[in-house]
Design a protein around this ligand. Structure first.
Ligand code: FAD
Length: 385
């Protein structure tokens, strides 16, 4: 039986997330966007309310939600501002590899410590010469007895300046390609980590993104996640989950854009009547809503697959492409419906349109995600039932 109704507990959690977004994020969304503010106080409150580490099991300090609930909450938290919403949820990607490949002892020690603070984690894969071609990373880890010494640099790292826990990918043997890549969990206070340029971005302006430099950073083997050479696989598995996350983020942003467009269509009058009376506007609104319905159904499907333990790389990549392209179209049409007023700085829909562009670029560009999804289909057809 297919059932979209929520349990009483899910309803309460969703209500909490919606109220938090309306009272804490909405009033500052435009101001934080203008100034590129790190949303420190909002993060503290989100953590206090259990809205920050929603995907992390209770025994490691999180709220222990299943994937379906976690992504429904993610949609709600990203409705008013996806930059702030994603700062709240960044541990989802930053801890993905640790949750998937870490031992019980590592999860308790590393995630237990991280969840005591609101500064969360970051995911350090991309380098200046290795974006889409993530397997070409040059950051090295050299084994010395029971320790590793790490040298290299990373770029475009979300929460790079603030994260307490860094999930870092480095190679122990470049000649092995992706099979030489290892995953390390590194506490921020480890000597040798330096923050470089903090990026000034088109959108997602309250999302902290920076360079990171690693100079003779030493970590013990107890901080190697999984086996040597398993890092690339763990990164890709973490990105599967990250792509579902992006799908729910896009759904939240697109819903906000549609709601703004609907409000305007009812209020704005031309030719002596509300523009919402015109069929040309109906067509746009109907298409926007259809794209949002499909995006929501996609993240719910893939979240359900994750909860059932079903492999979902093909579907997660497809959902991420669809929802980000959909949100780009929906936010662009919201600007179209608000026209001159929507195009101006300080309008909500102008911000949403700038914000959404990133979702077609990060967690693998949509070109790369189409490759992942297409190759996946050639291995195995994607049929839900
Ligand atoms: C704001 C922001 C936050 C980010 N946060 C993080 C983070 O937290 N952690 C992290 O590790 N990374 C992060 N990234 C990095 C992001 O994942 C990369 O930017 C992305 O993977 C693309 O890499 P690139 O920018 O180097 O583009 P490139 O790889 O140089 O790609 C340029 C263009 O070529 C296309 N292209 C490349 N290869 C192919 C191919 N084989 N077939 C078809 N087209 C291709 C791409 O789709 C793109 O259109 C972030 C990026 C941004 C902008």
């Amino acid at each position: 039986m297919i059932d979209f109704s929520l349990t009483e507990e899910q309803k309460k959690t969703l209500e909490l997330a919606r109220e938090f977004t309306a009272t804490e994020i909405r009033p500052v969304a435009l101001e934080y966007d203008r100034d590129g503010t790190y949303p420190e106080e909002i993060l503290k409150k989100a953590k206090e309310l259990g809205l920050m580490y929603t995907n992390i099991p209770v025994e490691y300090g999180g709220s222990g939600m299943d994937h379906v609930t976690h992504y429904i909450v993610t949609e709600a938290l990203n409705y008013e501002c996806c930059a702030i919403g994603q700062m709240i949820g960044i541990s989802h990607l930053g801890t993905g590899a640790i949750l998937l490949g870490g031992t019980e002892e590592q999860k308790k020690r590393l995630l237990g410590r991280m969840t005591e603070s609101y500064r969360s984690a970051c995911f350090c894969l991309t380098e200046p010469g290795a974006g889409s071609d993530a397997g070409a990373i040059q950051t090295t880890a050299v084994r010395k007895g029971d320790r590793y010494v790490i040298n290299g640099s990373k770029c475009y790292i979300t929460n790079g300046k603030y994260a307490d826990l860094l999930c870092l990918f480095a190679t122990i043997d470049k000649s092995k390609g992706t099979r030489g890549i290892c995953c390390f969990a590194i506490p921020r206070d480890t000597p040798g980590i330096q923050v470089g340029r903090v990026e000034d971005k088109m959108g997602h302006r309250a999302l902290n993104v920076s360079e990171l430099f690693f100079e003779d950073v030493e970590v013990g083997e107890e901080n190697l996640i999984g086996e040597e050479g398993q890092g690339f696989k763990l990164a890709m598995m973490a990105l599967d989950r990250g792509r579902v996350n992006v799908t729910s983020v896009c759904t939240g942003v697109a819903q906000k854009a549609l709601d703004e467009a609907l409000r305007w269509a009812k209020e704005r009058e031309q030719f002596g009547e509300p523009i919402g009376n015109f069929q040309g506007i109906h067509f746009m609104l109907a298409d926007m809503n259809a794209l949002i319905m499909a995006s929501r159904a996609m993240y719910l499907q893939v979240a359900w697959m994750l909860d059932q333990g079903i492999r979902c790389s093909t579907e997660a990549a497809a959902a991420k492409c669809f929802a980000s392209d959909a949100a780009m179209k929906v936010t662009t049409d919201a600007v179209q419906i608000q026209a001159g007023s929507g195009y101006m700085k300080g309008s909500v829909v102008e911000k949403l349109m700038r914000d959404v562009k990133l979702t077609q670029i990060f967690e693998g560009t949509n070109q790369i995600n189409r490759i992942v999804s297409g190759r996946g289909l050639l291995r195995e057809r994607s049929i839900l039932f």
